[in-house]
Ligand binder design. Sequence first.
Ligand code: ATP
Ligand code: MG
Length: 735
Amino acid sequence: MELSHILDDLNDSQRQAVSAPPSNLLVLAGAGSGKTRVLVHRIAWLIQHEDYHPNSILSVTFTNKAAAEMKHRIEDLMHTSTGGMWVGTFHSIANRLLRRHWKEAGIAQDFRIIDSDDQLRLIKRVYTELEIDEGKWPYKQAQWFINGQKDEGRRAGHIQAPELDLYLRNMQRIYQAYENACERGGILDFAELLLRAHELWLNNPDLLHHYQQRFRHILVDEFQDTNTIQYAWLRVLSGDQVPMTIVGDDDQSIYGWRGAKIENIQKFKQDFKDPTMIKLEQNYRSTKRILDSANQLIAHNPDRLGKTLWTDGELGDPISLYAAYNEHDEARFIVDRIEEWASSGNSRIDAAILYRSNAQSRVLEEALVRASVPYRIYGGHRFYDRLEIKNALAYLRLLSNRDDDAAMDRVINTPTRGIGGKTLDMLRQHANEQNVSLWAAAKELLGSNSLTGRARTTLGGFFDLIQQLDSDTSDCDLFEQVDHIIQASGLLEHHAKEKGEAGEARVENLKELVNAAKQFETGTMPLSALQDQDADLELSPLSQFLDQAALDAGDLQADESHDYVRLMTLHSAKGLEFPLVFLSGMEEGIFPSRMSNEEPDRLHEERRLAYVGITRAMKKLYVSYAEVRRLYGSETYNKVSRFVRELPQEHLEELRPKAVLSMPVSTKPTLISSKSNIEIPDTGIRLGQRVRHKLFGEGVVLNYEGSGDQARVQINFENEGSKWLVVGYAKLEVL
Ligand code: ATP
Ligand code: MG
C-alpha cells in the first residue's frame, strides 16, 4: 500500500515517531512542534501500515472539539471513514463506557451528568440535611474537597479522619452524604465519571480483559495535564498489554489547580514498559520573534525538563505592546486592530482574543458589538452555562428522569409559580427523611393530607405541568420537544419579560437551543465525535442530547461559514493556533492572578499559561494592559504584568498612539507629555503635567474625570504606579 502520503509532510523526528514500532512511545516537545500532528499521522500509520482496525484504537484528546477535528484529519489522510474509532476526552470516553456497562458500574441506567453549578446546589442541600453551618465551612470548600478526593481516586469511605481533625471529619461527612444523594438521584458529576470508569476496571476483570483485547493502541494528547485518576485509568487499561503513545509538553501544564500532575510524564517513563522517547525541536507555527519571546519567558521557570525549540521561519513583526488607560480603551484598541486586519484582506476568523478569566470577556464583547464586529466565545461551557439554557435543560432532564433532584430544584419555581418557601422546605425534609427523590416526595405529599390548600394547588400545578409536558411531547422529534417545552413551561415568556437586551438575548439563546437540538438530530452538529457509531446502546435522542450538552466543551453557535473573531480564556486556547493573537489584561493581579502571588508553584503555572498564550500566535502578537480596570465591581490600578517584563525587549515595540496619556512600561514616566494643552477644568492642572504628592512622591497626570475640587485625576507615580486621587484632597504640588 502507498504510505508515503502519511510520512511525506513530516520532518525526520516526526517521521521516526509516527512510524515507530507499536510499543510504548513518549513524544516530549515544545509548543507548535507538531505533537498533535504526529498523533494524527501515527493513527493513520497504525491503520494503514500495521493493519489495525479503527475499532482497535483509542485516542484521548483534551476537548470534544479536538476529538472531532482529529477524526476529520485522520479521515482526510486516509481517504476513508474512521467509524468505530474511539476518540474523545477522558470524560466522554468514561461516559461511553458507563452507558454501556452501567450494571457492572453499579449505577442507574439513565444516570445524569451534572455540572459544577448543579453540584453546588446539591451540596447546599446536603448542608441543610446535615445541619452544617455554611459560615464555618463554605460550600465551595466542600465542593473543592469532594472533587479533589475523587480526582485522587478516594471515596468518602476511604478517608480516615482523626477524632480531632474537625475539618476532615466534617468534609468526610459532607462527602458521604453527597455520595448518597447522588446515588439516590442517579447523578454523576464530572469527577465521578472518571472515578467510576476506573472502578469499572478494578471491579470487573473480565470486562477489563475484553477491552484489553479490543484496544491495541492507546494515544493521548496533552499528557502533561492528566490527573491522578486519569493516569490510573490508563495504566490499568494498558496493563503492559496495550501499548501507549503519549505526547506532551511540561511547559504547557496548566491544570495543576484542578489536580493535573506534570510528573505523570516522568512517571510514564518508569511505569510503562521500555518506552521510546522522541523529542521534536522544530517549531512550525510561529515567527522567530514570537518563538524567542516564548522561550525567554518560560526560561524563568525552574525545574523544567528542558527542550530546545527553534524555527527556520521568518523573523516576523515585533510584538506590539499597548498600555491602555482602562479596560474600555484596551477593548477599543483591540477592535480597531482587528478591523484594520480585516480591511486589509485578512479574515477575522484568523484572530483570537485571549484573556485570563471569563469575566474579562464582557467589556471586549461590548466593544465588538458596538463596532458590529461578529465574534464567538470559544470553549468552556459558555452556551450551556447560560442561565436560560440551564433552565431549559433542567426541564428536559426532569422529563427524562423524574428523580433528577438538581433539575427539579432548579425549575420547581422557575418561572415563579407561587410555591412557598415553607412548602419547599417541607418537600426537601420529606425527601431526606424518606430517602427518596424530590419528585417522589412531592408525589407522596400530594397524596397525603399534610399540605395546606394553597401548597397543594401550587405544587400540584407543577406536578401536573411536568406530566403534561411529558405526554404532550412523547411522540415528537427532539427539537419539537425542546420547542414545546420552552414555551409550555412558561420559560420563554419568563425570560422575554426581562428588561432590554438581556431578555432578548435569552430568548435568542433559547431559540438557539431548539436549533441545536435539530442539528443534533440530523447529525450536523459539529461535535459528533462522541456519538456512538457501533453503539449497542439504546439511549433516547433526548438522553444523548443531554449528555452532549453536559459534556460539550465547544461552542454550539460556531458556524465556520461566518467570519468572526474568537474570544477565549487562555486555558481553552490550548492546542489551537491563530495568525493574529491578542493577549489582553496583562496586569499584575489579573495575570498572574492575585492568588498566585504568594505561591511559587502557582506562579509557575501562570507563567506556563502565558507561554501557552504566546505560542498560539503564528504571525502577529499584540500584548495589552490597562492602567485602571474595573473588574468584579471594583476599580483596581495594576502594574504591568511581570510576564510582559520578562519578554525580550528587542522583540517588543511599544505603541502609544496618544503618548500624552499612556503609561510607559518602565516605571519612569516620560516627559513628552508636558506639551499637552488639555486643562482639567477649574484645577490649574494640565494633563501630562508633573506633580508632587506628599505621600506618593512625583508623578505625571494621565487622565481625569469631573472638574474643580471634585475632579478625580489619575497620576502615574514613579514609585507607586498609577492612582486615582480627588483633587480637593490630594493637595498636589504642580512642578
Ligand atoms: P501545541 O503544543 O500547541 O499543542 P503541537 O506540538 O501539537 O502544538 P501541532 O499543532 O501539531 O503542534 O503543529 C503546529 C503547526 O505546525 C500546525 O499548523 C502544523 O500543521 C504545523 N506543522 C507541524 N509539523 C509540520 C511539518 N513537518 N511541516 C509543516 N508544518 C508542520
Ligand atoms: Mg497539540
